[in-house]
Design a protein around this ligand. Sequence first.
Ligand SMILES: [Zn+2]
Ligand SMILES: [Zn+2]
Length: 151
Amino acid sequence: MQCPRDGTDLVEERMHGIEVDHCHTCNGRWLDHHELDELEATKGDEDERRGTIRFSERDSELRCPVCGEQMAAFNYRAYDLELDTCRAEHGFWLDAGEEGQVRDIIDERVRDLKRSASAEVAWGDFLNGLGGRGGGGAWDSVRRFFGGGRR
Ligand SMILES: [Zn+2]
Ligand SMILES: [Zn+2]
């Protein structure tokens, strides 16, 4: 298999435990179709990887190294990161450094999801605190505050 950018023979190598085809000229990498998911899995679990990966799809200047057809370029998860993929699902082309950006984006999603999850927990604790300490206290003041006009 040859590099879609410069025609160099790709060399199979391990990256984060995944077999990828690496171009030593441009430092790009070819990932089989399922391997992008495996790359994401090195950073996040299934919840964090849910959702659409391909946004604003358009024609790529590159041809698929497997079937030779023109590939599609797209914005990875709507971020400012352009990846190329074969429309026949042969795989993804990642230019030099893009595999690191994919991992950074998944990191960011993991952080965002944790943040919103902990905000929900904090809100739940707050409500429990209001209801839980029987009788007077905070809950009564809240009720007085909201119900004051109806009495
Ligand atoms: Zn290359
Ligand atoms: Zn293809």
